[in-house]
Design a protein around this ligand. Sequence first.
Ligand code: SDX
Length: 433
Amino acid sequence: MTDKKTRTATLTFDDTSVELPMYSPTAGPDVIDIRKLYSQGGVFTYDPGFTSTASCDSTITFIDGGKGELLHRGYPIDQLAENSHYLEVCYLLLYGELPSTTQLEEFESLVTHHTMLHEQMINFFRGFRRDAHPMAIMVGVVGAMSAFYHDSTDINDPHQREVATIRLIAKMPTIAAMAYKYTVGQPFVYPRNDLDYASNFLRMCFAVPAEDYEVNPILSRAMDRIFTLHADHEQNASTSTVRLASSSGANPFACIAAGIACLWGPAHGGANQACLEMLNEIGTVDRIPEFIARAKDKNDPFRLMGFGHRVYKNFDPRAKVMKQSADEVLDLLGVENNPILQVAKELEKAALADPYFAEKKLFPNVDFYSGIILEAMGFPTSMFTPIFALARTVGWISQWKEQISDPALKIGRPRQLYQGETKRNYTDIETRS
Ligand code: SDX
């Protein structure tokens, strides 16, 4: 925990005055440390949705919402997407620095040689209905890892934390691919150690025993870039879920399963599936005004999926890279004039020209274009969020490791603004009206 007090804030109310230390970060807003507020001032702060609350200090990822900037250990996401690859970004997020050639080779070899799932875990898939959502399967199977890998659950043992880290990053593509294969009724395809991370995932999803499968390098590069763009994003809802679950000392695999469950929501990682379903519902450019009007109508719960963000108020740098990638991938795949991509581009143009979206600072986020690429790659919409969860696993794990190794870690236990009944006595049923 930081202790670099830069100055003091004084909170005065009624006849109370509380002095609160303030800290200055290396980037972003200063913070007021309110940990002593209740003991010294007898009041809570109130911030449902945590719009103005820093839940922790971290050195992993920084977002400047005003500039549309995303840094992983200081490196801008557009530079990493262009020049790096997912496993190198994993190394950077986990260990804080870009790896040397030897370090990268050792890390990639470790991950490659842990991609197989315990064979008995395959039984878990068979317990699901064939029409189960792959996210439901991932929550269940990742949670079940806590019952299989007992030699990597002692969170107080740095070696076991490292083993759990490698196992999760290595096995998530295998689990996601198996979830997909199960829902389409095809046999599971085992990972291959001669393939890179993204190529392995594509092959496990799309290969069938009846014929050879050659990974298309264009798709593999696009898949790896999508993984990189989703790797980490500071204290978003699912990462905060993982941090809160792990603050009790819970099993690391169970904590990641909790993160997957949170990510599934349409306001968060589930937006990529919801966005493509929305674009398909719009269908043609001439229907865009109708949906823009609905998004602006306070009486209509409809929102433009893939639009808006709690932190980005200028643009989401990941969306910019994703949009470029969508153009490239569809062009290279020969998907001429994809009507849905045209609808997405016209929708973005119409929304950004509309005062409502400009005033509320609503821009395309990471989920707006990702589904278009994933659909062109052959994935059903139900696999969009599992791919997000696969890629975000390294972010959850990096943040989990940072929190677990903090000697000042305390269990997360928020308070409340209670609005219920005050104390009253029980009444017998005969006397009730
Ligand atoms: C992700 O936190 C992260 O970093 C998440 C993420 C990550 O990498 O982990 O970036 C991934 O989850 C991206 C977001 C994906 N979700 C969506 O695309 C769903 C659609 N977007 C929204 O539901 C919304 O924009 C959120 C959830 C993303 C952000 O919600 P906030 O910050 O709580 O904002 P809000 O709901 O208070 O909205 C502010 C105003 C409201 O109008 P008023 O009540 O002030 O009049 O903007 C409006 C909202 O009605 N608004 C929208 C809108 N999003 C917000 N109106 C129309 N369409 C939208 N998409």
